[in-house]
Design a protein around this ligand. Structure first.
Ligand code: OGA
Ligand code: NI
Length: 351
């Protein structure tokens, strides 16, 4: 069995023929999920109701953003304005995409991390030592008309459904960025204005059932390199967030999104809002789909701590130097999630 498994490009097509995890997916003992030790019923991340963001209680909600961003870096949102139907259609078309025959899926396969539309597996097959139990389709989606024609055309509704979803999530992100700016004591458009032409990428993550989920990861611990991530997940749990020295499982709640701070938010906020370590584990009986939207600066944008959050005379000097986002993004992909984050490489030099 293993002989045929090694000739497969995608883990979906390995998962369907093996009864054990092939050796290139097995993590060293010191780096395994320890699934039996994870809190699944205790503390979870905050849930913010966006309903009142545009009413008289805005200040309260902004206060909830401050707390959630500063102490968790991760929260769930409800009444977010993305129609239920749009979400349902997106999830369905993602499931249909990954259910297509191998011959149809592999047409989109590429290991080139620079390609703007590609199906791949693990994280970066070109640079990593141990593989991850995940396939993913990555898409650029802003402006949509620049990319839609390279997206898969099968299933037939793929482009239309994904375009509608991406547009709706973008509108939500703009609302979130205003609230986050305010929660940092900045003008509403402050964070948005630092991004140059905004960038928006999506991933459709597919985690097949795994015969030995204790030996491998869907995605090992990492921090997102972008500004802010808005994650849609199906009803199967798998996401875990690192908080106060332990991993907490995030239980899926219908009709919510999970929002997390990425490295660029940490830079722009000058360490007020930290990018938080998270990972995805797999399980033995259910496939899992998650759809993160990675909102980011344009590659040419110069990112650095917001002036208003720097005070060189007091306790808040600039923690990071300014850099082009392209420089950061390239480092992220090269490092194969081998170490948790590359943000330390962008610290202001201490003179
Ligand atoms: C990611 C990610 C988590 C998940 O794609 O960066 O963290 O639950 N995904 O799939
Ligand atoms: Ni992530």
């Amino acid at each position: 069995m293993e002989a045929s498994a090694t000739s497969k490009l995608l883990v979906s097509d390995i998962a369907s023929i093996v009864d054990h995890v092939p050796s290139n997916y097995v993590r060293p003992i010191s780096d395994r999920p320890n699934l039996s030790e994870i809190e699944t019923s205790g503390e979870s991340i905050p849930l913010i109701d966006l309903q009142e963001l545009h009413g008289p209680n805005r200040a309260d909600i902004i206060q909830q953003f401050s707390l959630a961003c500063a102490s968790y870096g991760f929260f769930q949102i409800k009444n977010h304005g993305v129609p239920e139907k749009t979400i349902e259609r997106m999830m369905t078309v993602a499931r249909e995409f990954f259910r297509q025959p191998e011959s149809e899926r592999v047409k989109h396969y590429s290991a080139d991390t620079k390609k703007t539309t590609r199906l791949s597996t693990s994280f970066n097959v070109g640079s990593e030592k141990v593989s991850n139990w995940r396939d993913f389709l990555r898409l650029h989606c802003l402006p949509i008309e620049d990319f839609v024609n390279e997206w898969p055309s099968s299933p037939v509704s793929f482009r239309e459904v994904t375009a509608e979803y991406a547009t709706s999530v973008r509108a939500l992100v703009l609302v979130l960025l205003e609230a986050i700016s305010e929660s940092l004591g900045l003008a509403k458009d402050s964070v948005s204005n630092t991004l140059g032409k905004h960038g928006q990428h999506m991933a459709l993550n597919y985690y097949p059932p795994c015969p030995q989920p204790d030996l491998t990861f869907g995605l090992p611990g990492h921090k997102d390199p972008n500004l802010i991530t808005v994650l849609l997940q199906d009803e199967v749990s798998g996401l875990q967030v690192f908080k106060d020295g332990k991993w907490i499982a995030v239980r899926p709640v219908p009709n919510t999104f999970i929002v997390n701070m990425g490295d660029q938010m940490q830079v722009i906020s000058n360490d007020k809002y930290k990018s938080v370590l998270h990972r995805a584990v797999v399980n033995s009986d259910k496939e899992r789909i998650s759809i993160p939207t990675f909102y980011c600066p344009s590659l040419e944008a110069v990112v650095g701590p917001q002036q208003e959050l720097i005070n060189e005379e007091e306790e808040s000097p600039a923690v990071y130097r300014s850099f082009k986002y392209a420089e950061y993004y390239e480092k992220f992909w090269d490092r194969a999630l081998a170490t948790e984050s590359c943000i330390d490489l962008f610290k202001a030099s201490k003179t």
